[in-house]
Design a protein around this ligand. Structure first.
Ligand SMILES: [Zn+2]
Length: 231
């Protein structure tokens, strides 16, 4: 739900969400909560959808509303041909500040990777459409990832690993037990008896888990062998 002041964003969207844009708050040891409060109480004609800190993330502007985050404001030069406020979600990372430099904590980066991965999945956004503010217009944002390109590359790698992790979690049989749904109980019991579907040897069958193409191929192959044996 949008909490930002109505003077900081435009309700609704005129285009589908296709890009995710990462920013830094340029705050000095700030928090997601303090940023939400700031954009609720001050009219600055600027906003972002999410603020991320060590604890997680908070939403300031709803995904369905247009945050004012990546415009040129008459100051910056447009660099990206397509990414605009209308078709992007903006994510701000809270900052640490010491000796004249901004930095992101490991936890904040990890949380931002999780949020980014979640939004990529939700809106079917490819990694190529995950950008720094700096890639959209000529603004030095997020400073830690413009000053040190390797940190930005490490973040992108983390996103990919997060995606793989989610897939693995989804396909894992661990702790799923042997609990087919009522409507599938008879078929599940038959498939088990026929040896078509085998658990992990520890009583986990993952009846509600999705199935990969290769696992399906193995099941069909087993079935065809049974047909041959019984012929
Ligand atoms: Zn920015």
């Amino acid at each position: 739900m949008t909490t930002a002041h109505t003077g900081n964003y435009r309700p609704g969207r005129s285009a589908a969400i296709r890009y995710l844009v990462l920013h830094y708050t340029a705050g000095r040891n700030d928090s997601a909560q303090s940023n939400l409060r700031y954009f609720e109480q001050n009219v600055v004609k600027a906003s972002a959808h999410y603020f991320v800190d060590d604890l997680g993330w908070m939403q300031s502007v709803d995904d369905g509303d247009t945050a004012w985050s990546v415009g040129t404001a008459g100051i910056y030069v447009q660099k990206h041909p397509e990414c605009r406020n209308e078709n992007s979600i903006s994510i701000e990372l809270c900052c640490r500040y010491a000796t004249g430099q901004y930095a992101f904590s490991k936890k904040t980066v990890r949380n931002a990777a999780q949020l980014t991965r979640m939004l990529m999945t939700k809106y079917d956004i490819p990694l190529g459409n995950v950008l720094r503010h700096y890639d959209v217009v000529s603004k030095h944002c997020p400073a830690p990832w413009v000053d040190d390109e390797s940190q930005w590359l490490a973040f992108r790698k983390m996103i990919v690993e997060e995606l793989d992790m989610t897939k693995q979690e989804l396909l894992s049989l661990a702790d799923t037990g042997d609990h087919p749904s009522d409507w599938a109980a008879e078929a599940a019991s038959w498939a088990k008896q026929m040896g078509l579907i085998q658990g992990d040897g520890e009583g986990n069958f993952g009846w509600q888990q999705p199935i990969t193409r290769e696992a399906l191929a193995v099941m069909l192959h087993r079935f065809s062998q049974l047909q041959t044996e019984n012929a």
